[in-house]
Design a protein around this ligand. Structure first.
Ligand code: ADP
Length: 445
């Protein structure tokens, strides 16, 4: 049995795939696991990997559920004895006053029987920095940034020492930028003195990539770390220096990764973002088949499946690609949301209902029709499809664009998969993703 170098429990799917793509780009064979497989299934899937990222969707769970789910995920991971374990959350610290971040860290410290960890929400490359415990998004305090208006996790308190203290009974304190500026050895001593004082979580200031490097060196001996995907940029080099990353290729139970060049791909866009709309238009202009599924008809079961299936079959069998969308210039998001409210569905509940209805429809299509690959646009849409289709675990390849790796599903449908957060990707992103699907060997390590 191989020992994992690294394992992470991530609180949402797109964050998990962002971290996983970074690890692969740094040469670590990485597996992305969705939800909680059985222990036996997990052992088969995770054989031969350096790193495993578990996408556990804890962000929108209650504190108790987030705690229990994190316990369960770490229990699974412990069988592979990861040298380092991370609780992964967003670089804008998306959470409520009660959690989920504090409860998840508590569960991890308890499960691992550790008495100290750090919290590093910063991601300087994306303009997320922390100074004196106050968190910034580019030039704005977190509480002045658009995150203030987030429908599920509005961020109104930029003081993260204070906010994290509200989420956990453990003592939280600051390791300030002065300690970070003083270098890795000094910062390590600061961690030690905080630990001796009874502090259990040290929130660390971080303003730039140099700080990030120092922080990663100072925490390299900790079994548990917590924070953003920033660790994925710097830690792999440190693990390699320590000789933890074996170079031989041995992806035990994996089937060979091959392109299905003769069949077209299915692209499913549940995102309504400007970036995704422009990408949809780009693909349509290049001759892909398109069906706009109106959410009202989708939810009322009024889609003519026989007609849709025939259209998709014709295109895909001829090696052309097919796009399913739930919005275009004729399908107005606000109007759909008003309709949802008048039927007793809040905006988040409506979004989830549309995402799962779309996932049910895609399951029906794929059950009947093999495709060359699957591209999904939208974070929540990706989550719903991964679960409904039983994709289970994804072997993660290199990034097609930052934050969007080519993956290969090991679950019910074994096929190339690309999960794209709505705002990600240039206008010709689908073109690049389809190119990657046609040549997977260039992306898989
Ligand atoms: P993004 O990554 O762009 O945020 P998501 O998939 O996470 O994309 O979120 C888009 C949300 O909007 C989903 O919950 C989806 O089901 C919902 N949605 C899709 N089409 C429509 C529409 N026409 N009107 C209202 N909501 C929609």
């Amino acid at each position: 049995m191989n020992r994992l170098v690294f394992a992470a429990v991530a609180d949402d799917d797109t964050g998990a795939s962002d971290l996983a793509g970074m690890l692969t780009d740094q040469g670590l064979r990485t597996l992305l696991v969705i939800d909680l497989p059985t222990a036996e299934q997990f052992m088969v899937w995770s054989d031969g990997y350096h790193a495993v990222v578990m996408a556990e969707g804890t962000r929108n769970l209650s504190p108790t559920e987030a705690r229990e789910r994190t316990h369960a995920a770490i229990r699974l991971l412990k069988d592979r004895q990861p040298r380092v374990l991370q609780i992964k959350y967003c670089s804008t610290f998306d959470s409520t006053d009660e959690g989920n971040i504090g409860p998840s860290i508590d569960a991890a410290l308890d499960e691992l029987k550790e008495d100290f960890t750090i919290a590093l929400p910063s991601l300087p490359v994306n303009g997320r920095t922390t100074y004196q415990g106050y968190h910034f998004v580019h030039r704005l305090l977190l509480s002045d940034s658009p995150m203030r208006e987030h429908p599920l996790t509005p961020m109104t308190n930029p003081n993260l020492v204070d906010l994290l203290s509200r989420q956990t009974k453990r003592r939280v304190d600051l390791a300030s930028y002065r300690d970070v500026e003083a270098g890795a050895e000094q910062l390590k001593r600061r961690f030690e003195s905080l630990r001796a004082e009874g502090v259990r979580i040290a929130l660390v200031d971080c303003l730039n990539d140099r700080h990030l490097e120092t922080i990663c060196r100072a925490c390299a001996d900790l079994r548990l770390i917590t924070g953003s995907s920033a660790f994925g940029m710097k830690m792999p080099a440190i693990w390699r220096e320590r000789g933890w990353v074996s170079e031989q290729k041995d992806n035990g139970g994996d089937a060979p990764i091959t392109a299905a060049n003769d069949r077209g791909c299915l692209i499913v866009a549940g995102s309504c973002s400007d970036a995704t709309r422009a990408q949809n238009e780009w693909l349509q202009a290049r001759g892909a088949g398109v069906t706009n599924l109106h959410p009202k008809e989708l939810l009322n079961g009024n889609i003519n499946m026989a007609t849709l299936m025939a259209q998709v079959r014709d295109q895909v069998a001829a090696g052309r690609h097919y796009l399913l969308t739930t919005t275009n210039s004729h399908i107005d998001v606000r109007e759909v949301q008003q309709w949802g409210l008048s039927n007793g569905l809040t905006v988040p509940a409506l979004g989830q209902t549309i995402a799962y209805a779309l996932a049910d429809l895609v399951l029906e299509v794929l059950d009947d029709l093999p495709v060359g690959g699957l591209i999904i646009a939208g974070g929540e849409t990706s989550g719903a499809l991964c679960r409904r289709l039983g994709l289970g675990a994804l072997r993660v390849g290199r990034n097609i664009e930052p934050g969007v790796p080519l993956c290969f599903s090991l679950g019910s449908f074994r096929l190339p998969v690309v999960l794209k957060s709505g705002n990600f990707g240039e206008t010709n992103f689908y073109g690049k993703a389809l190119g990657a699907i046609a040549h997977p060997a260039e992306y898989m390590i």
